[in-house]
Structures are given as structure tokens and as C-alpha cells.
Design a protein around this ligand. Structure first.
Ligand code: MN
Length: 716
């Protein structure tokens, strides 16, 4: 903790570049953080409190506003002490509380060593979380200090993880928002821990070269200076060795050894104007041979992060290969501090007091880029707005479209997790499955082997994967229901025809119904595509010759009981004995209904309900009307009634329907789907009931079911 900033030093430092900074809040934050962290210590043995102060100190180098500095001081209090969001909000305002909360969320993510392939996702996540880019700047300062003190962490595994995370996530992010200096430092520190041997050999070699020519850099600088002065350009030149990491990367990229890598020296030329940049470049190129392929003009085409500079490589003074960068002082400030510099500039020049949104500014910079590559970069960034990034309890990152729910999350983790999910916890709290997930949420899915996708889910999921799985499940489930229903209808149809139902018999007619298996046949009957009666007639063609009902107004889907069983007494009074009776297929009269008989020559009597529409066409033939009534002492065991239903198009709807009918002692004899839309099924069901009252009871029970939107007795 050598040189730790004292309270008054920190405040003075902030005031020096921002005289309007809230001195009182800074002081209170300093004391608050010190109290909260109390006697906690760092791995280095320093009091923990030294860390947030260092972080705040780093942030003053970026000349950030007081809220950012305060956030730096408080950034670990929510995570590591008993401080809460609410308390910080009360003491320091919502702005600071939100910033601290954002940094806390970033702190909670951890890159597992096997997740480097997910690094781009993590970077996106961090950017998405940093809606206010000050969150990211505080996090980068935090990471910088943690990397500077990483050597004190004893666990090699932990050191490696943090270094990897720095290399894969934070250094690239620093570069993306233009913090060149930060990027370089983070990379080099990470490199030290990730490849200690490589770094050692590079530094050893560098120090050897340095010994060989300590004055080399200085003499090259003075030669360059002379050349520029002769050309009339006043410049400030600095020289430096490249960092071990950048040398190592170059060695990797070019597959060359260190011996051949001569341009380990880079020189920076700072001038006053853009014109002088090109002037200086011309002078350098006229004095020293250019190294082909090394010239890049980032002034006319800045990098996506706003970086502007001229790069070139030449065989410089004393035949040394050197890299030269030429830029104005203003460009330099932006290059080293990226958006931070931009922000300062805007801060100082805006008087409307509006808080500046860093990300917007960053996007603005990106908007001004033009090359396809930069455009892509830009588009990717904008894409983050459509994504949320969530975590499994193990810390795995799951990126989802905005609006995603725990069900989407579950399916993204694994289809089995999605299929069996019963509930979810978000950040430790139980939530409903339709809850919309937010960035940084940690999502825990509860599963149960007996749970299956609910059609309800389809209404709120947003990912294609979840939707497809749910639909597929519904289709399978629907087929199972059709199958069961079809099986029942078939059994009934054969029983009623007094014919044997055998698999062999059914197999013989599969082709006729254009289906591949008995199950397919059952399903198509359940779905109403074929009737049980048709199958009976297909298996036993001789039955077809029986007389058909006389009503032509509706396609008969049920033709049973056209004749009373031999020996059974008729349930109807008022008939001439021996006369054949049929129950009309249009109105399906039931005991309890007021009825009328219509005599057809050669066909006997057809029984209609008194309000049947068919009777209207017979009004001119009163001679055919026969007054009949139900024999209340002898109503037979069952009659077929017909209902018309509108079902919601949901998996459970058919199941509910059949269950309710069975519960009310009805039997489905036949079922026909008349219309099918995205939301509804229109179905006609013939069912066996005792009488009209029984049917009314069944209808009442069906009306109570939420999946059935309407039920009525069919009146064709
Ligand atoms: Mn920290």
C-alpha cells in the first residue's frame, strides 16, 4: 500500500480537473468504504480498503466525474460487506447506487477456464451490462488494480483464471472503447501469469539488447528530430520498447523467432495539426526506406473505437527496423483514453447539465466508421441491445434474445431441461415461468420427470428452440389423444355392429384409408378424418347394403341403431307395430324431447324433434306426420345425441373433452372435426346418453371447462 492516496489527496485530485465535483459526497464515500471494509485484508496483507482507493485513484487518471470516483470507492461494498443497494441509494443517490450495482453484477461473472470459446459472448455481456459505460470504466480500473496485485494470490488456478479472463475479456474491451493504455497494461500483466516462461525469455532478450545500446533509442530520437526540423516540422518524439506481450504476439503471428524480430522499438511523433502529421510522414518516408506493407492511415479512416494515427515501418537510423506512429496531441489523448477523453471534452463543452450517456457516444463513434469490417464491428455492438445475458448457477453464460423467459433459458441449456421444467428461481427468488429475464440474472431451473411442456408456454417463449420443442410435444401429445379416442370409437362401432374387431381385420383395410398402421388408422378416426362406421363397413362390406337414413341434409357420421334389437320393445308409443323406425340424423332426438314421426314409404318412420328444421320442408305433407311420444317405462339403455363444440386449439382440449364426457357417463360414438383454425376446433360429437336431460347435464359440464368455448346440441 505504498503511496496509497489519502482522503484529501483524492478529493483535491478530482477537484483539480472538475471544480464542480461534490466534495462532501467524495469524503463521505471514502469514510463509508473504509468503515464497511473494516478489518478485511487483501491477499497482499494490505487492508482491503487500499483496493477501492487505488481503483478510485486509477479513475482520476481518466479524469472521470465524481459519481465514477465514488463508485470506485464503493464498488466492492455490496458484494463484500453488509452494504445494500438501498443504503447506498439513500446515502449517495440513485446514480451512484446504479453504477455500484452494475459493477457488482460484472464482478459476479467468472470465466471458467474451459469457456474461452465463449469469450466473445462474455465481452458482449459486459458491454450490455455497461449501459452506462462508467460501469465498464470502473470495472476496468478494478481489474487493473487486481492484476497489479495478482501475484499475491496463492492459488495458481485462481491466478490463471483471473489472468485468462483479463486477456480474453477485459483487455479486448479496453481496446474496443479505445483505452489503449489500459489494454496494454492488462495484456502484459495477464501475459506474465499465463506464459511466464515466454515472458521471461523475451524480457531477458530485451534487456540484453538494451545493454548493447542504452543510448540507441535516444540517438534514433535525435536523428528523427533533426530530419523533421530540416523539413520544418516541430515535433515531440518519444521512443519505447514494445511490450513483451506485443512482441510475443508478433512472434506467434509471423512465426518468426525473436532474433529475426528486429522492430522491437516503436517511436511516437506528436505534432500540432493533422497537416503536420502527413508532412512528418512525408519527411520520414523520404529519409528512410519504407518497410513494405506497414503503412496504415488511421487518420482518414479511424479505427472503430475512434483511434486515429499514421503507422509506418522504416529502416531507420543505423539501419534499425523501427515502427513509427504519427499523431496530433489531441488524437493522442483520445487514443490513450478513448471514450474517456471524448467524454471529458463533451463535459467541458456542454452547459445544459444533461448527464452524458457514454455508450451513446461510443455508438456515435462507431456510427462514423465506414469499412465493412468496422461496420460489422458496429453492427455486432448494436446487436447487444437485442440480447440478454444470463447465467446458470454454475456460472455458464447463456445469451438469449430480449424478452426471453425461464422456459427459453431452460431450452437453451438443454432440451430435456426445457421439456421437464416446472419452476424457476431468478437470483435466488422463485418466479413464474413467464418472467422476462434481465441482463445478469442468474437462473436456476427446477425440473420434474413427470412435467411436460405446456401449450401455454408457446404464448410467451421467444426463442425458436423453445417454440419448436413445445410444438413438437403438442403434436405428439395430440396424436396420443387422437389415438386413444379413435381406439374407443372403433371398439364401440364394432360392438354396436355386433361384429368382431380384430387387428387382422383392420390391417386388411389400412390401404383403403390411406394409412400405414393400425395406430395411424385410430389416430385418423380420433381426429375425425374417418368414422368408426366406415371402418366397420370396410372390414365387413356386406353390412353396407343396409338401408341408409333418409336425411340428406347432413352427412351421417353415425348410423347405429337403425333397427331395434330383435325382441326389444320399442321406446316409442304411437307407432304401428312392426313398423321400422329410425332416429333422424339431423336432430338426434332423445327421450325427454318432444318428438314427431315422419312416415316414408318403404322406410318406416323417422323420428324428429318437434323443433327440427327438417320438418319445415315437410309442412305441406301433413299426411306423413305421425303423433308419437317416448315410452317412459321403456326408454332403452342409450341413445345417440349430437353436440356441436368449439374447442380452443390446445393440447389438453381434446383430453378434457373426453374426460368430462366419460365423467358424466356419456360415451363418444363418433367425432368429426368440421373446422380447424389456429385458435379453434369446431367439432361435432355424437355421444350415447340416456335421455335429453342426461345430454343437458353433459353439455353443462362441458360448458364449465375453460378449454371449451361453446357447446350446444346440434340442430342442423
Ligand atoms: Mn474490486
Amino acid at each position: 500500500m505504498v503511496g496509497m492516496m489519502r482522503q484529501y489527496e483524492l478529493v483535491e485530485c478530482v477537484k483539480s480537473y472538475d471544480p464542480s465535483a461534490d466534495e462532501d459526497a467524495l469524503n463521505r464515500a471514502y469514510v463509508y468504504a473504509m468503515k464497511k471494509h473494516g478489518s478485511q485484508t487483501r491477499a497482499s496483507g494490505d487492508p482491503y480498503f487500499s483496493h477501492p482507493i487505488e481503483v478510485a485513484g486509477i479513475l482520476t487518471k481518466y479524469k472521470l466525474d465524481a459519481a465514477s470516483i465514488i463508485t470506485g470507492l464503493l464498488h466492492d461494498t455490496i458484494e463484500d460487506t453488509d452494504a445494500t443497494f438501498g443504503e447506498i441509494k439513500t446515502l449517495f443517490g440513485e446514480d451512484v447506487a446504479t453504477l455500484v450495482d452494475g459493477v457488482t453484477k460484472l464482478t459476479r461473472i467468472q470465466l471458467q477456464s474451459d469457456q474461452t470459446k465463449q469469450a466473445e459472448n462474455f465481452r458482449k455481456f459486459v458491454l450490455a451490462m455497461s449501459e452506462d459505460i462508467r460501469v465498464l470504466l470502473v470495472k476496468l480500473a478494478d481489474r487493473t488494480h487486481n492484476m497489479r496485485t495478482l501475484k499475491y494470490i496463492t492459488s495458481p488456478e485462481k491466478r490463471r483464471r483471473i489472468a485468462l479472463e483479463t486477456m480474453e475479456i477485459y483487455a479486448p474491451l479496453a481496446e474496443r472503447i479505445g483505452l489503449q493504455e489500459v489494454k496494454t497494461e492488462l495484456e502484459d500483466l495477464a501475459f506474465t501469469h499465463l506464459h511466464p516462461d515466454a515472458r521471461d525469455s523475451i524480457t531477458t532478450r530485451l534487456s540484453f539488447l538494451r545493454d548493447k545500446g542504452t543510448e540507441l533509442i535516444d540517438s534514433i530520437i535525435s536523428e528523427l528530430n533533426e530530419a523533421l526540423e530540416r523539413g520544418g516540422v516541430k515535433a515531440l518524439i518519444s521512443g519505447r520498447e514494445k511490450t513483451p506481450y506485443s512482441i510475443w504476439r508478433k512472434m506467434q503471428r509471423k512465426d518468426v523467432g525473436f532474433e529475426q524480430l528486429s522492430d522491437i522499438m516503436a517511436f511516437r511523433i506528436l505534432v500540432d495539426s493533422m497537416e503536420e502529421c502527413y508532412q512528418a510522414l512525408g519527411i520520414i518516408h523520404s529519409q528512410f526506406p519504407m518497410v513494405p506493407g506497414r503503412f496504415k492511415d488511421y487518420i482518414s479512416t479511424p479505427k472503430p473505437n475512434g483511434y486515429q494515427c499514421l503507422h509506418t515501418g522504416v529502416i531507420g537510423p543505423q539501419r534499425h527496423r523501427i515502427e513509427v506512429q504519427i499523431r496530433t496531441r489531441e488524437m493522442h489523448a483520445v487514443n490513450e483514453l478513448g471514450v474517456a477523453a471524448h467524454w471529458q471534452y463533451k463535459q467541458n463543452h456542454s452547459h445544459d447539465g444533461k448527464r452524458y450517456r457514454w455508450l451513446r457516444e461510443l455508438l456515435e463513434i462507431l456510427d462514423h466508421t465506414s469499412s465493412p469490417e468496422e461496420f460489422l464491428e458496429n453492427t455486432r455492438l448494436e446487436m447487444y441491445a437485442d440480447q440478454v445475458f444470463c447465467f446458470t448457477p454454475k456460472g455458464d453464460l447463456v445469451s438469449l434474445p430480449t424478452g426471453s423467459t425461464p422456459v427459453d433459458f431452460a431450452y437453451a441449456v438443454h432440451t430435456a431441461v426445457g421439456d421437464h421444467c416446472v419452476g424457476a428461481k431468478v437470483n435466488g427468488r422463485i418466479v413464474t415461468l413467464r418472467t422476462v429475464l434481465q441482463n445478469g440474472d442468474q437462473v436456476e431451473i427446477a425440473t420434474s420427470k413427470t412435467q411436460h411442456p405446456s401449450p401455454e408456454w408457446e404464448r410467451f417463449v421467444v426463442t425458436a428452440k423453445a417454440r419448436t420443442r413445445i410444438r413438437r410435444f403438442i403434436r405428439t401429445r395430440q396424436r396420443e389423444q387422437y389415438l386413444e379416442l379413435g381406439k374407443q370409437i372403433l371398439e364401440r362401432a364394432f360392438r354396436q355392429a355386433n361384429m368382431e374387431l380384430s387387428e387382422k381385420g383392420l390391417e386388411g383395410v389400412l390401404k383403403q384409408f390411406k394409412v400405414g398402421s393400425i395406430d395411424d388408422l385410430r389416430a385418423s378416426i380420433g381426429e375425425g378424418l374417418a368414422s368408426g362406421q366406415e371402418v366397420v363397413h370396410a372390414v365387413y362390406p356386406e353390412l353396407k347394403t343396409q338401408p341408409k337414413p333418409d336425411s340428406k341434409k347432413i352427412a351421417p357420421i353415425s348410423r347405429q341403431r337403425t333397427k331395434p334389437k330383435p325382441g326389444a320393445r320399442l321406446p316409442i308409443k304411437g307407432l304401428i307395430p312392426g313398423m321400422a323406425i329410425h332416429f333422424a340424423q339431423c336432430c338426434h332426438p332423445l327421450p325427454g324431447d318432444r318428438i314427431v314421426g315422419i312416415v316414408s314409404t318403404g322406410k318406416g318412420v323417422t323420428v324428429h324433434t318437434i323443433d327440427c328444421h327438417t320438418l319445415e320442408t315437410l309442412a305441406d305433407e301433413p299426411e306423413r306426420w305421425l303423433d308419437i311420444s317416448w315410452d317412459e317405462d321403456n326408454q332403452g339403455d342409450s341413445h345417440v345425441g349430437r353436440v356441436k363444440l368449439i374447442l380452443n386449439n390446445e393440447t389438453s382440449a381434446l383430453g378434457t373433452l373426453t374426460t368430462l364426457i366419460a365423467q358424466n357417463n356419456g360415451n363418444i360414438v363418433n367425432l368429426k372435426i368440421q373446422n380447424r383454425s389456429k385458435s379453434f376446433f369446431e367439432i361435432i360429437v355424437d355421444l350415447e346418453v340416456r335421455d335429453a336431460r342426461h345430454l343437458t347435464n353433459v353439455i353443462a359440464a362441458l360448458r364449465a371447462a375453460s378449454v371449451i368455448s361453446s357447446v350446444e346440441r346440434a340442430q342442423s
